[in-house]
Design a protein around this ligand. Structure first.
Ligand code: FNR
Length: 357
């Protein structure tokens, strides 16, 4: 029987257990460069079999929230090198989450105050954190031209290069939560008439071309992808072609031999977004490693592993308040509750000051 607490092979890596830390934005880096507190935060959580970092912007254009780290300059990569060294020193493994928000952005965060980019000019009815001025409504995007797509993909591969040089074990493409990649997947945001819009195959093209480019650059076994089928996050309209999209994607992703597919269930409506039937269907069609995040506890994670629906259980908020979460889960110790007031922004409080048991 698969155990949460047994070692697991992921590509060429051995993970100490099947518990991963979810990517979580903490908005503590106004200069976009990870610092020693960042390294300490991740070092404390290196008992996870795999850490996936907070979303990390691949370019200046990719930004949609203030105070988030990046991977578009060498200084940013140098900051991350201290993080990977700290995690590796503590016996952990770490992937960088590569993020482009697409239309979920504001001009004040964009180079030269330009409009954010997206698949179309359809604006998200959403708000983003812009720093000292608090939250702001997103701006209307401009539609990316077809001839810009190679440059866009190169931004991801350049970031992956820097991630590799910074010592990351791999990268996770953020294809979830209504951000750029998922805006292309969605037929009601993506109204393009070029080869990146229209049919399921065309809407999936940016995702798959980006994954191929990343795999060419750092090796497929070092590339994971996060997807959130059925999410309505960031004003993503309900997609009645999602089943069809995922039926197409599952074998396409499988034949690429990626490190993993990471399914994110944000449970925005209170209940699960990802039904167990969907997991079964996806599992059958995708024979690689599956990670799942969203409201898991030990019981639910063990059930999903035992039912062979997932390979690795991903925990988000519990890792914020419990740096030694795997040990606490293993030993049945009580879990501390994270304080949402310190999720985003601020300093050490609510970041590096949660004690071990
Ligand atoms: C998140 N989440 C998230 N997801 C992602 O793909 N990239 C990110 O940068 C973030 N940022 C983020 C910040 C904070 C403070 C929270 C709480 C969440 C979503 C996260 O990865 C995870 O999917 C959810 O938290 C659900 O898992 P839990 O918390 O129920 O275990």
């Amino acid at each position: 029987m698969k155990s949460l607490f047994a070692a697991h092979t992921l590509g060429s890596l051995t993970l100490n257990n099947r518990i991963a830390m979810a990517p979580m934005t903490r908005s503590r880096r106004p200069d976009h460069i990870p610092d020693l507190d960042t390294a300490e935060y991740y070092r404390q959580r290196a008992g996870a079999g795999l850490i996936i970092t907070e979303g990390t912007f691949v370019s200046a254009e990719a930004q949609g929230y203030a105070d988030v780290p990046g991977l578009w300059t060498d200084e940013q990569a140098a900051g991350w090198a201290a993080v990977t060294e700290a995690v590796h020193g503590a016996g952990g493994r770490v992937f960088a989450q590569l993020w482009h928000v697409g239309r979920v952005s504001h001009r004040s965060l964009q180079p030269g105050g330009a409009a954010p980019v997206g698949p179309s000019t359809r604006r998200a009815q959403a708000q983003v954190w812009i720093g000292d001025d608090g939250f702001a409504d997103t701006d209307t995007p401009r539609a990316l031209r077809t001839d810009e797509i190679p440059r866009l993909i190169a931004d991801f591969t350049d970031a992956a290069d820097r991630a590799a040089r910074a010592g990351f074990d791999g990268v996770e493409l953020h294809g979830a939560h209504g951000f750029l990649i998922e805006q292309f997947l969605n037929p009601r945001v993506n109204d393009r008439t070029d080869q990146y819009g229209g049919s399921v195959e065309n809407r999936a093209r940016l995702l798959l071309e980006t994954l191929d480019a990343l795999a060419d650059r750092v090796g497929a076994h070092r590339v994971g992808v996060r997807l959130s089928p059925f999410t309505l996050a960031n004003d993503l309209p309900a997609d009645d072609e999602a089943e069809e999209m995922y039926a197409y994607l599952a074998p396409e992703l499988a034949r690429r031999g990626l490190a993993y597919v990471h399914l994110s269930d944000l449970r925005l409506s209170g209940g699960p977004d990802i039904a167990e039937d969907f997991l079964k269907t996806f599992r059958y069609a995708y024979d690689g490693t599956i990670l799942l995040a969203g409201g898991l506890d030990r019981t639910r994670a063990e059930y999903l592993l035992t039912a062979d629906l997932i390979d690795i259980a991903v925990f988000g908020r519990p890792f914020i308040a419990n740096p030694d979460l795997p040990e606490r889960l293993r030993d049945g110790l009580p879990l501390a509750t994270p304080d949402p007031a310190t999720f985003y922004g601020g300093g050490a409080k609510g970041y590096t000051d949660y004690p071990r048991h």
